[in-house]
Design a protein around this ligand. Structure first.
Ligand SMILES: [Zn+2]
Length: 331
């Protein structure tokens, strides 16, 4: 399986929209899209996705025009359906109860219905990967728009450009362009012979184990970050570092870069105040510990699940999900 196919197995990795990179530079085209009769508007509430009957609330153009939301819509891209392209936006509602109330009054939705604002982490397991991915993309963009309001050079306010994928300083003397921040993190499956290294962070509840991970620092390669993080966390040296797959991780704005590596030494020393426990396990030992309730593996929302599962499948011919407890953890 190639890396692209591997990445597509990760949650949030589908790309259902054409981002229209060239068209979105054209102001007239952008203005036309915002008035497009078939435009769709995915509604967010800061970090949360606004839902209607446990599904993300997506408004039509006619519905959007009934409500008054101050924030500028961000153009996610174009969706193509029956050979017709229509634009998909995200909009942010600070107060869904108040701002979306006209939709209830207009009879578009049942009077008794409540719109909920649900954290994506809680909602995503109930969505197909196409919808989960679109919500993740919208969530990262929304987080950036809501938290980056001023120019980092001169402090003047920013204005969205190109449908919101960039923001530009309003000062005539500055015009600095801001790009969305993406925090790169490496996450790595460390093995030695037929064993895998799983660890529990200090902040995690008892029995929750996963692979090691950490943020990439300024001036280092991804492979150096893998080596450094593993050594910092467990004092193990690694070699044969291989890229596996990637995953946008919208909590709030990371890109996870998944690697495998082989340990040179197996004796470990845990980093204080970060790693509480670590274990070398064969696939059979892991299976027994999961069945015995001693280890709760990561949920399949995270690339960590795929990294462990790929190894587990090679070792046993079985999927880790066959041993997944019903209440898998979500971090
Ligand atoms: Zn500026």
């Amino acid at each position: 399986m190639d890396h692209h196919s591997r990445s597509l197995l990760n949650t949030f990795s589908a790309q259902p929209l054409d981002r229209a990179a060239h068209q979105r530079k054209d102001k007239r085209w952008l203005a036309e899209q915002e008035e497009h009769p078939n435009a769709r508007f995915l509604v967010l509430n800061n970090h949360n996705i606004v839902t209607d009957k446990n599904r993300p609330l997506i408004l039509s153009q006619a519905q959007r025009q009934q409500i008054d939301i101050a924030s500028t819509p961000g153009l996610l891209g174009l969706s193509v359906e029956n050979a017709q392209a229509y634009p998909v936006y995200k909009i942010n509602s600070q107060q869904p109860d108040i701002e979306l109330a006209p939709l209830l009054k207009a009879g578009e939705f049942a009077d008794t219905q409540q719109f909920d604002a649900v954290p994506l982490r809680k909602l995503a397991p109930h969505l197909d990967n196409t919808m989960a991915s679109m919500c993740a993309y919208a969530s990262v963009l929304n987080h950036w728009h809501e938290t980056t309001r001023f120019c980092t050079r001169c402090g003047t306010g920013l204005q969205q450009k190109e449908g919101g994928l960039i923001q530009q300083c309003n000062s005539e003397d500055c015009r600095h362009i801001e790009f969305p921040r993406i925090n790169s993190a490496v996450i790595m499956r460390i093995t030695h012979s037929d064993k895998i290294l799983l660890a529990r962070q200090d902040t995690w509840p008892e029995r929750r184990f996963s692979v090691l991970a950490g943020f990439v620092e300024v001036g280092e390669t991804l492979e150096s970050a893998v080596q450094r993080e593993v050594y910092e966390e467990v004092k193990i040296r690694v070699e044969n570092i291989q890229y596996q797959s990637s995953q946008p991780w919208p909590f709030p704005n990371s890109l996870m870069l998944g690697y495998s590596a082989e340990a040179i030494n197996t004796d470990f020393e845990l980093e204080q105040d970060d790693i509480a426990e670590a274990l070398w396990l064969t696939a059979d030992e892991l299976r027994k510990k999961i069945l015995g309730g001693c280890i709760i593996p990561p949920s399949n929302l995270s690339i960590s699940y795929q990294l462990i599962n790929d190894w587990f499948a090679v070792q046993t011919g079985q999927m880790l999900s066959e041993y997944q407890p019903s209440s898998a953890w979500q971090d």
